[in-house]
Write a protein of this length. Sequence first.
Length: 687
Amino acid sequence: MAAHQGRPNALIRETSPYLLQHAYNPVAWLPWDADALNEARQTDKPILLSIGYSACHWCHVMAHESFEDEEVAAIMNTLYVCIKVDREERPDLDRIYQSAHGLLTQRAGGWPLTMFLAPDDLVPFFCGTYFPKTPRHGLPGFADLLQEVAAFYKNHKGELAEQGDQVRHALARSMGGSSDRAGPIGRGPLDTVTADLKRQFDAANGGFGGAPKFPHPGSLRRLLLTGAQGDAQARGMAGSALQAMTARGLFDHLEGGFFRYSVDARWEIPHFEKMLYDNAQLIGLCAEGFRLTGQPRLREAALETAAWALRDMQAPAGGFYATLDADSGGEEGAFYLWQRDEVQEVAGAGDYALAAAYFGLDRPPNFEQHSYHLQRVRDITDSEPLPGITPAAAGAAVGRAAARLRVRRATRPHPHRDEKILTAWNGLMIKGLARAGRLLRAPTLIAAAQRALAFIQATLWDGEHLLSGTKDGRHSAHGFLDDYVFVMDGILELLMAQWRTADLAFAQTLADALIENFYDRERGGFYFTAQTHERLICRPKPFADDALPAGNGVAAQVLLRLSHLVGDTALAGVAETVIRAGSADMGRYPASHCALIEALEDLVDPPPLLILRGEHGAVTRWQAMAEERFVPRRALYAIGGDDRELPPGLAARAPRGLVTAYACRGFTCHAPVTTEHDYSALLGHFS
């Protein structure tokens, strides 16, 4: 961003790094609040709404070209009330206006999102994403576009009002779910989703679709779950996709962590921003992929990514920061790129040849200006990775070279880190760390997840509501659906890694608040915003996944699991209405509803639930026996026999000796077992 010049605009009072990046623009930016919306209504100026986030490369490009330009800013200030929104702080606004963009343009949106809103009802009448200052690549110039849109608004208000009604009604239909609460729930989507994913799978490169290529962790987990149930093709697809993503350029091979997406179909060149939510999901997925396929690279990637998150993204107080920028020193990817001669100098003559062969430097450059983005093009675990070189020697050489490259890279200008701590994304990270810590026997990851949960309880829970995030001691407004359900999901995963009854109590409190504030008692499902939230042009009820799993899908999953754990059938009843409310869309587009389909599977085919009670050492030993075999759908909770604060349904499962195992599916349970012989037989039946 440009250096500070002149007087700041109203964004200077905000804490969002993205908004502060624009605080010295000559544009008279306002935050989204009542004062800004009132000004638009009183002046009858259309609103120019610009939505982005701090790590967004094309947001920076548009800011430099247009928002820092005095002439463009003068046009914006004269013709519009200009409002800036950080999509990470206001996912409600981003969700609504991205959907509106799709309705108006019939194309996918993205960031920066540029919306022109009527001031009286806030309905968009024109939109786009990035616009260059002057016409280029088939896009109109932003300066000319501003004047044309303003003139159209002035001269066609009647037509725009009619169009606005249509847009508002279309949004309500597209974002509200089905109204059928009485129809049957069948296995149909379960029977079709894997076939759909197989058809969409890129067999040559792994993953789904072409360029740009995103990780799609929900789709990969669906394949993984199907593969664990005996579908060899699905298991192979999940493994090959994760292997490709961790070996090629989507992964940071020096310090760990996944970039947001690949600009090509082969996962070679990424868009260089790192998002907490991607990495949170992929840590757990790689750990599961390792346990399913045995591929050691997936274990390494999970642990390396977790190490990066703990080192570079965890705040001293325990919460995790939001993003790392794609740019550094004003250039996209500059922090991560190498020239061959620099690597040769840093690695040293003795190790360079092996490092070059391993990282692909013995091939033509794969990025602009003869530079390289490192990939893993050879496997040092091969019996002979290069002629005459043992795997041990190759591994040592590559390790020494990588360590030196990390030291050199640390001297470069670092990408900007957005230090917002977002509740929902932290819930995802708690789950990912807890799952990887349990599956890979890495207790430091479990401890880090517990610290993040403690931060949420101490800082982002006011006793009645979750807050959506915090930055510099200032907290955001009451949370959204994702905040509640992702934290609950993280807690239930953390309880499997290490039982703490106080954590269960917090999950139950969140469930009560969720149902009280977000549940649609007439039609079923959960709204994205609470009853007390600001009234917007529609109230979304998300069932389809995007980069994050759908809030309603996760809500149904966690309510079912919590109901089975504590014996509360009412929670299961709510979960069933959620699944019904999304059933029509789930049936039409199963591959877009993997989170909801996982809940459907839990409803129609309840997963195994094992509860171990008794003396700590014996319980730990029985837990280890169960976890020798990877059963991804199984829930296993190891609870000490002396815990006196359990809810009634769980307290009834008391120890009957040194250790006792209770096994259930849904609300149907087997007789408890107290001997290792019977327990081994039980595991065979519940695996």
